[in-house]
Design a protein around this ligand. Structure first.
Ligand code: FMN
Length: 335
């Protein structure tokens, strides 16, 4: 059996009799399909648990997702191979916590309200992969470490220290937030994952199976960053910002690291260090992107690369050949 817990928002102001009607119709249909569960509603929100045979739950959830009477559906948890039901006798029992002054139900409402708030906050602060795992019913803390081939990217705003010295904090926070927002969009549009924000730098990873996607994300990041301006201060003129990007491909260790009180689900390894060093190297290159020769080979069918030279990178015994992708977006404007 399968069980799904989800949360959604009303699309319009449901009346009490409409809610009861929804639950009655749902209960009749669910009984035929051996589905049980509860529907809790309060504060213009639905919190529903549905459980039953896997296929029936999948079909019902597809219908529920298409139902335009509610929106912003987000799965809180999805459990597979469920052995016992939580709601053996309820085919769809509704609890309207807004219309019930009962102390216990009022307490549940307060509890759920704070849980939802915390869940949304954690979702914004956390690695999106972690949230996906929680939604799929997997406890991220229990995932064993694994080796996985990945493309790692570091993207950093050029001259950020100066920008932060010269501008008021609100402006600095606005600039960096726009940069992070744009990088996140560009990375996620190409199925990449933002691993973390480190100061003014974004660390992201992409699957090694489709390296062209990682380069497409870089092109998008450079395009979007060129559209971010630091607004003019008194007497001055608006200033463009730019970023440097380093990328490397290779074996990484993916897993949980941390202490008993603070965990991080991240990727580690030489590839990560190399990508970071390459990002720093772009400061002295005529291109905003620096990649390793392994990544150059991986994208050879889709992109033309140019050699930047041979460099000693901190932590590497031998000097390494560095390349960039030859595109208008990756070339730094000549002064
Ligand atoms: C919050 C919410 C919960 C719902 N729960 C159920 C449910 O448990 N069972 C059900 O059959 N339909 C439920 N529905 C209705 C479905 O979205 C959909 O309208 C219905 O399954 C259509 O059935 P039909 O395709 O057989 O006409 C729910 C709708 C909403 C908005």
């Amino acid at each position: 059996m399968k069980r799904i817990l989800y949360l959604s928002h009303y699309s319009y102001d449901w009346q009490v009799d409409e809610l009861q009607n929804l639950a009655d119709v749902a209960a009749t249909k669910n009984r035929e399909l051996s589905i049980t569960g509860i529907l809790i509603t309060f504060d213009l929100l639905f919190f529903q648990i549905i459980e039953g045979p896997e296929n029936n739950i999948n079909n019902l959830f597809k219908k529920i997702c298409k139902d335009n009477r509610h929106c912003e559906i987000s799965i809180i948890q999805c459990e597979e191979n469920v052995q016992t039901r939580l709601f053996e006798d309820w085919h769809m029992k509704i609890f309207n916590l807004d219309s019930n002054p009962d102390a216990l139900e009022y307490s549940i409402k307060i509890l759920l309200r704070s849980l939802i708030k915390t869940y949304k906050i954690i979702g914004r602060y956390n690695h999106s992969g972690i949230l996906r795992k929680i939604k799929a019913g997997i406890n991220p803390a229990e995932i064993a470490p694994r080796r996985v081939k990945k493309i790692v990217m570091f993207a950093d705003i050029v001259g950020f220290s100066k920008i932060s010295e010269k501008n008021p904090i609100e402006k600095v926070v606005e600039i960096i937030s726009r940069f992070f927002e744009n990088v996140t969009l560009a990375v996620e549009n190409q199925n990449g994952e933002v691993e973390k924000f480190i100061g003014d730098c974004v660390m992201a990873s992409f699957s090694a199976t489709n390296p062209a996607k990682a380069i497409n994300a870089v092109i998008d990041i450079l395009r979007r960053t060129s559209e971010i301006f630091i607004p003019a201060s008194a007497g001055g003129s608006a200033q463009k910002i730019s970023c440097g990007i380093g990328m490397a491909i290779g074996s990484t260790i993916e897993g949980n690291v941390g202490s008993g009180t603070r965990m991080d689900y991240t990727i580690l390894g030489d590839v990560v260090n190399t990508a970071q060093r390459l990002e720093q190297l772009t400061r002295s290159l005529p291109f905003s992107l620096a990649i390793t020769s392994e990544l150059k080979d991986a994208i050879a069918e889709d992109f033309t690369c140019v050699k930047m030279g041979t460099y000693d990178l901190k932590g590497k015994q031998n000097s390494v050949e560095i390349f960039s992708v030859d595109l208008p977006e990756t070339r730094k404007p000549t002064a």
